[in-house]
Design a protein around this ligand. Structure first.
Ligand code: ZN
Ligand code: ZN
Length: 395
């Protein structure tokens, strides 16, 4: 439990970092103040770093590649463009909110790096770290890959974690295989010809075509995917600008998302959905455009690494906290862009409920969500122990 004790010792300083991040949330790829704080802490710990390409992403290494393999530890740094509504010692000072807990993830990775740096000579290999921007767009991880995060040095495995604030205790929750779903986010534009509602024959009705596309697209799930390897498909946005009770508009825009835990099903939907849109559009004389807004793979853990994190968490935490296996969640996470390209990986959750005065807890992205800072100790002790053990056991 060495790292648990050390995490408790550095907790007060970590809370200061976390609260500074929480009060000053930045979103997307533009994280100048966040990156500045991370770099100041790395300087303080004596950890060398560099930018990931021309982004606010930050990377570097600890230990030595000559002694063993390279393990990537990743944290996301971005907040959401949602106004925080809870009142705490560190409520956001601007219109953005750290409502997904990425301020906790950034702080935990800083704690892990501080502790591993203190034990650098005991590392039987190399730690590569990544603080990444724009997770919430589901494109940040992809850009990190394009900017070369998987080269020089090339990681042999990866680990990352996420907060889970709506459970009933502070604990560690690990998926043995499927962790999170893929996400295909898309926009469909249907161009017809506007007309009077009384004389549709004079136009090409994009509202009618949109309805056929919505129905047809669901046929992919119902008729083309095996029932034990399903996917979901939701179109949560439909807009017909210029339309009215008796006016057929010339354009309809649909936006939606498809999710799956099964890579082959996600690939099938990604291939077939644009075909369905194009062919149904042609069938009814409309022009269509299919735009991919994000296409993030499912996040699948490697069982051996998940087992390693499980045993390391138990070793790190002793009887103080529970460590459990959990089923997959149907949210998505852009670490999958990185994990799907690594030979091995494990992504896990840290339970961090902090009930409000009414005893309520809320999920991530909720304006009232709060995070229990004790998870800083549990997350960092688990990750530091798992990282050191993985390098030891995979030389
Ligand atoms: Zn989120
Ligand atoms: Zn998140």
């Amino acid at each position: 439990m060495a790292y648990l004790d050390r995490a408790k010792e550095i907790f007060d300083d970590a809370v200061k970092v976390r609260r500074q991040l929480h009060e000053n949330p930045e979103v997307g790829f533009e994280l100048p103040e966040t990156a500045k704080l991370v770099k100041a802490k790395l300087d303080e710990y004596g950890v060398a770093y560099q930018n990931v390409g021309n982004t606010y992403g930050i990377t570097g290494t600890l230990g030595s590649g000559d002694k063993g393999k390279t393990l990537l530890l990743r944290a996301d740094m971005d907040a959401l463009a949602i106004t925080e509504k809870s009142k705490s010692a560190c409520t956001s000072k601007n219109d953005n909110g750290h409502l997904c807990g990425h301020d906790m993830h950034t702080t935990i990775l800083l704690m892990v790096l501080k502790m591993l740096k203190e034990n650098e000579d005991q590392l039987e290999g190399q730690i590569k770290f990544l603080f990444q921007p724009a997770e919430e767009t589901l494109n940040g991880g992809r850009v990190m890959v394009e900017e070369g995060i998987l080269e020089n040095p090339k990681p042999d495995a990866g680990m990352a974690l996420h907060m889970w604030p709506n459970g009933d205790k502070v604990d560690v929750e690990i998926h043995k295989r499927e962790a999170l779903a893929s996400a295909l986010n898309f926009r469909i534009t249907i161009k017809g010809v506007g007309a009077h509602g009384a004389m549709p024959n004079n136009g090409v009705d994009p509202v009618f075509v949109a309805s056929q596309i919505i129905n047809g697209a669901n046929g992919i799930l119902a008729r083309e995917l095996p029932s034990n390897k399903g996917a979901s498909l939701s179109m949560g946005y439909i807009n017909a600008p210029g339309g009215a009770i008796n006016v057929i508009p010339d354009t309809v825009v649909l936006e939606g998302t498809s999710r799956s835990l099964f890579p082959e099903s996600a690939e099938h939907v990604a291939k077939r959905l644009p075909e369905i849109v194009e062919y149904i559009g042609k069938a009814f004389r409309a022009e269509t455009e299919f735009k991919v807004m994000a296409n993030c793979p499912a996040l699948i853990n490697t069982e051996s690494v998940a087992d390693q994190v499980m045993s390391s968490a138990k070793e790190a935490l002793g009887d103080n906290y529970e460590v459990v296996n959990v089923p997959a969640y149907l949210a998505s996470e852009d670490y999958a862009h990185i994990a799907s390209r690594l030979p091995e990986s494990c992504y896990f959750f840290v339970g961090c409920p902090l009930p409000d005065a009414d005893g309520q807890v809320y999920p991530v992205h909720h304006p009232l969500v709060q995070f229990n800072e004790e998870a800083l100790i549990v997350g960092s002790a688990t990750m530091a122990t798992a990282a050191q053990n993985w390098l030891r056991d995979n030389k």
